[in-house]
Design a protein around this ligand. Structure first.
Ligand code: CTP
Ligand code: MG
Length: 339
């Protein structure tokens, strides 16, 4: 099913690079847009504090370095003086939080969702037209947000490739977990894994850097969330060795997941350099297996049907052909739902 690709000319690689850079420029929020998010957070916290001793925190793509202008506001609330929460209380608080938010004239479409694995209140922020949701004690998500942000800070190519991947997933309609495909978070993990496995690697495995000492243990919800978050070039032997352009890496990624990576045998796992087998995880019934870097029982591909898996793999195969074949005229517009 895979056609051989023609040899790549330097002209074509230049065009590929430009397309990737353009994608980043078109979709990344600027400083102002990021500070507006912080402002909304502050206003919401002030409002919520009429009724709850709550602290609100942004996470997800508002904070991890891979946000779009229109990405949702992912907010986590914790109650002061309370370490954790049980499922029953969580649902009660989500329901009363929803009642509280309904009184805020700046918001619309308040909807508590208590049946999900992570109960949330959804809302729509009228003046910015941003959607958002508030979850409770979503502590692991705060840590994986910080992990992704640390990777984004290492090399500009990381950031751009993750944007290109997210735009690609949205354009191919394979990037919405609530509709049976994979989340943005899952695609970001796929990009990071590819960059770690590249030869020479573009990024290290931050969870494996601890300078010969015993790996530190920082337990959250029973999982070790340790990673090295102060990466300086001298801390990493491969620093600067990979000099590939963004375009080369993007096509490299599409080729990696269509030609090299054996989904049947291996897990996409960014917590270790060594290959992890689907067999060792007992995750052999699914074709696309992506391990969460902290919650090691969480396979982000667990919800994929066979049909959706095929649809996603076909998108990658088509992407490889489209981006791997030189063309004369650049497509100048995105589909209307991307604007
Ligand atoms: N998350 C998670 N496990 C999942 C899905 C999401 O831990 N299965 C966490 C991640 O920290 C993720 C955040 O929830 O970054 C928000 O998820 P989502 O809004 O789906 O993705 P974003 O990364 O925010 O990307 P987008 O720009 O599409 O909103
Ligand atoms: Mg989000």
């Amino acid at each position: 099913e895979l056609h051989p690709l023609p040899p790549l000319t330097s002209d074509f690689l230049y065009v590929l690079d430009r397309v990737c850079e353009q994608c980043y420029r078109d979709f990344a929020p600027d400083e102002l847009e990021l500070s507006i998010r912080e402002l909304i957070l502050q206003q919401l916290e002030t409002f919520v504090r009429r009724q709850f001793a709550g602290k609100l925190q942004l996470f997800g793509s508002s904070k991890n370095g891979f946000g779009f202008k229109k990405s949702d506001l992912d907010i986590c609330m914790v109650l002061e003086g309370q370490e954790s929460i049980d499922d029953v209380d969580c649902i009660k608080i989500i329901e009363s939080l929803a009642r509280c938010l309904k009184k805020n004239p700046g918001l619309r479409n308040i909807l508590p969702i208590t049946t999900a694995k992570v109960p949330i209140v959804k809302f729509y922020h009228i003046s910015t037209s941003l959607e958002g949701d508030i979850s409770l004690y979503n502590t692991l998500a705060l840590h994986n947000t910080h992990l992704l942000a640390s990777y984004a800070a290492i090399d500009r190519r990381v950031k751009i490739l993750c944007y290109v991947m997210k735009v690609f997933a949205k354009m191919c309609d394979i990037g919405d977990a609530s509709r049976g495909s994979l989340s943005s978070y899952a695609y970001t993990l796929m990009v990071l894994f590819f960059l770690q496995q590249r030869n020479p690697p573009v990024i290290p495995v931050l969870q494996e850097i601890y300078f010969g000492r015993k790996k530190p243990e920082v337990l959250v919800d029973g999982w070790n969330v340790y990673f090295f978050d102060d990466l300086k070039p001298s801390h990493w032997p491969h620093h600067g060795k990979n000099t590939e352009s963004i375009g080369e890496l993007w096509l490299g990624l599409l080729r990696f997941y269509t030609e090299d990576f054996d989904f049947k045998e291996h897990v996409v796992s960014i917590r270790q350099q060594a290959r992890l087998t689907t067999f060792s995880k007992q995750w052999t019934s699914k074709y696309i297996v992506i391990e969460d870097p902290f919650d090691l029982n969480h396979n982000l591909g667990a919800g994929l049907s066979r049909k959706m898996t095929n649809f996603i793999m076909k998108a990658f195969i088509n992407g490889r052909t489209v981006f791997g074949t030189p063309f004369q005229v650049l497509p100048s517009i995105y589909p209307s739902h991307m604007e």
